[in-house]
Write a protein that binds this ligand. Structure first.
Ligand code: GUN
Length: 297
């Protein structure tokens, strides 16, 4: 039996409809949610992601502002831009696209964002709040999107063994925090594996739900997946393909065809986790705008 395909695209459309309702309500209170996206440098993939985020915000009539800075920009200059956004009443969410050029310390920059406008949930204060289980903290967009994808497609992780491959601050770690929390989408037993894990396939084979967030094409093959497991592919990798005009194709971390033969459900790339990340960014923006009015989620 071939695996069910979990359509992130369809589920993201549903989340966006809900966010649209929230945005419309906020507008009745005189507030248009505002999102600022800061892009430093000209990384091709980051430019595409930022354009997609802006387009999605506009489609829900969320006020969106993109600030593109040259790759030589200094840390002090980025900090100056963030201070301006922190003080700007039209902006409720600030996103600094990662990775940043090497002369800039990511942790310094993320710490400059007003925690109340931290739409990614990357400020250390918000990382801590999420980890101690405070309510009304915005969760990082990709992990939050993975949880929504699981819940809305009928694969509640509660009580299951979830193996997350990847320990990044953007995906792996916050995802483990959410999966082990006591709330909706939590209560899982979680193993985090990473590049230094020995015998990776023995670990992944024990997963009821296997989530890969590494960024390596074909990392997860059929032999690494327990029959019947649910497989969520967070990876986005460019592989050269001269047969198409762009010259490359996007693939995930999972060898999709062969893993589909053993998994019970699987997310495609593209069209899986990616659209969910954007939907959750818009949801977080609306949530921060709502909090700025003193409303509780
Ligand atoms: N780079 C890759 N994913 C993300 C994300 O979710 N947020 C930001 N700010 N940068 C990213």
């Amino acid at each position: 039996m071939m695996a069910e395909i979990i359509s992130g695209k369809q589920i993201a459309e549903k989340v966006c409809e809900e966010v649209q309702e929230e945005v419309d309500k906020l507008k009745l209170h005189g507030v248009t949610p505002g999102l600022a996206v800061v892009l430093v440098g000209d990384d091709a993939a980051s430019s595409v992601y930022v354009a997609m985020k802006e387009r999605a915000a506009k489609s829900l009539s969320i006020h969106s502002r993109q600030l593109t800075l040259p790759k030589e920009t200094t840390s002090a200059e980025v900090e100056g831009v963030i201070s301006g956004l922190n003080a700007d009443p039209e902006i409720h969410g600030i996103l600094v696209q990662l990775p940043l050029p090497e002369q800039i310390d990511e942790n310094v920059i993320l710490s400059c964002i007003d925690p109340a406008k931290d739409v990614d949930g990357f400020h250390p204060l918000n990382v801590g709040r999420l980890s101690v289980g405070e309510p009304n903290v915005v969760a990082p967009c990709t992990p939050a999107g993975v949880i929504e994808l699981l819940m809305r497609s009928g694969f509640d992780p509660a009580g299951k063994h979830v193996v997350v491959v990847g320990r990044s601050n953007i995906v792996g770690r916050p995802l483990a925090t959410l999966l082990t929390s006591r709330g909706r989408g939590g209560n899982a037993t979680v193993t985090i594996a990473h590049s230094r894990s020995e015998e990776l396939s023995l670990i992944t084979k024990r997963a009821d739900i296997l989530i890969s967030a590494v960024g390596r094409a074909n990392l997860i093959d059929q032999s690494m997946v327990k029959p019947g497991a649910v497989v969520i592919d967070v990876g986005v990798n460019r592989v050269i393909d001269h047969s198409i005009p762009k010259g490359y194709r996007l693939v995930g971390d999972v060898a999709f065809q062969e893993v589909s033969e053993v998994a019970s459900a699987i997310t495609p790339v593209p069209g899986g986790v990616g659209p969910m990340t954007i939907a959750m960014l818009l949801k977080n923006t609306a949530q921060l705008a709502s909090s700025s009015l003193g409303f509780r989620a």
